[in-house]
Design a protein around this ligand. Structure first.
Ligand code: NAD
Length: 356
């Protein structure tokens, strides 16, 4: 039982459908929203998927915009908003990972258009009211219910094309939302249940996906995990792990999912000293009695990158990263000191097991 004597819970309205092939119901979902003029979004590499989707939707697709990019650059959003106005779009269909979802949310922020998201990674952005945007090299994050998508269609057929390396890092990115949700200051029994179920879904299905990336049932279970973990991110506050990843991504340009994949075990090892009982499900699900080490071993077993040095971090930048991460810390169960953060980052850079 995950009862807490005191908590607040807020239900967040979103219509979610799961089924292999459910993307073919997009036309039905557009009509259900009372809309008839969809603008389809994707990144450049997923333009084919966007074109197929537009064909699938038929007359209710009035435009295709395929310039979505990582970290939602405002200049691209403005171009997309203009396009949406020109074609008189009355809804958005975003097919892709967090970058495409981000563009849909940024358009919704400026136009109030309803969104249907068809995720093709496990990032989880499709079920949050969070939007990060970049302008002139600076990333700002807002939380606004206006940007939360109205409909999410989880189609396991679409994640079969996700390369194995991205599958692993994107899954660890999703799992990070759930793990930090377990000790969040504003967690509630429902967020805890979802976090545990999400972690169990990934623990059970990822080894099967590694054996056969086209295993539709296992892919479906990974999407189920992504939905649950993303919902936790949308409900409760994140702590040191997300702060470190935002610092490393924002100031050192490290890739999003890979950074999460490397840092997770280290941040959790650090916090396990203060949140041992909250993190007990992590040890139970991934084995052993130290949650940081358990996550390190799980990531290693999947062939995830283990060191920040493998993903573009320079060793000379570690002290500055520690300064930045310790300067304006998010709330964290374990008090944060600059020297301990540096120790954590040194182990993460080298790919060593967690230092704490
Ligand atoms: P992404 O959307 O940038 O995708 C990475 C690349 O993989 C892209 O080129 C994409 O087209 C391609 N791709 C995606 N799915 C594929 C598939 N099934 N097959 C083949 N190629 C595929 O990566 P991401 O990790 O999903 O998203 C990262 C972005 O999302 C970051 O900007 C991050 O800040 C944001 N994000 C936001 C939230 C939130 O709640 N606001 C949550 C998580 C992530």
């Amino acid at each position: 039982m995950h009862f807490q004597p005191e908590f607040a819970f807020e239900g967040q309205p979103v219509r979610v459908r799961f089924a292999p092939g459910v993307r073919r119901c997009t036309g039905e979902e557009i009509a259900r929203l009372g809309c008839s003029r969809a603008l389809v979004l994707s990144t450049p590499p997923q333009a084919d998927a966007a074109m197929e989707m537009a064909q699938e939707i038929g007359d209710a697709a009035v435009g295709v915009f395929t310039k979505a990019a990582m970290h939602t650059p405002v200049a691209i959003t403005e171009e997309a908003v203009q396009h949406a106005r020109e074609v008189r779009a009355d809804c958005i269909v975003a097919i892709g990972g967090g970058s495409t979802t981000g563009l849909g949310k940024a358009i919704a922020l400026r136009t109030d258009l309803p969104q249907i998201v068809i995720p093709t990674t496990y990032a989880g952005s499709e079920v949050t009211a969070i939007l990060g945007q970049t302008e002139k090299g600076e990333k700002t994050t807002i939380i606004d219910p206006k940007v939360r998508p109205e409909v999410v269609l989880y189609d396991a057929e679409l994640v079969r094309s996700l390369p194995v390396a991205m599958t692993v890092t994107s899954a660890l990115n999703a799992m990070a939302h759930a793990v930090e949700g377990l000790y969040a200051q504003n967690r509630n029994p429902v967020s805890t249940l979802m976090a545990i179920e999400g972690l169990e879904a990934f623990a059970a299905s990822l080894p099967d996906v590694m054996r056969n990336p086209h295993d539709l049932e296992a892919r479906g279970a990974t999407l189920y995990g992504a939905w649950l973990c993303g919902t936790v991110l949308g409900q409760v506050g994140m702590a040191l792990h997300h702060k470190l990843c935002h610092t490393l991504g924002g100031s050192f340009d490290l890739p999003h999912a890979e950074t999460h994949a490397v840092v997770l075990a280290h941040a959790i090892g650090f916090n396990a000293r203060a949140a041992g009982s909250e993190l007990e499900p992590v040890s139970r699900i991934f084995g052993g009695d130290r949650p940081g080490q358990a996550l390190y071993d799980f990531a290693k077993s999947l062939g995830a990158p283990l060191g920040l040095r493998e993903i573009g971090m320079k060793e000379v930048d570690l002290p500055r990263a520690a300064d930045l991460a310790a300067a304006k810390p998010y709330w964290n169960p374990q008090p944060v000191s600059r020297d301990e953060i540096l120790k954590l980052l040194e182990a993460a850079w080298a790919g060593d097991p967690p230092a704490f």
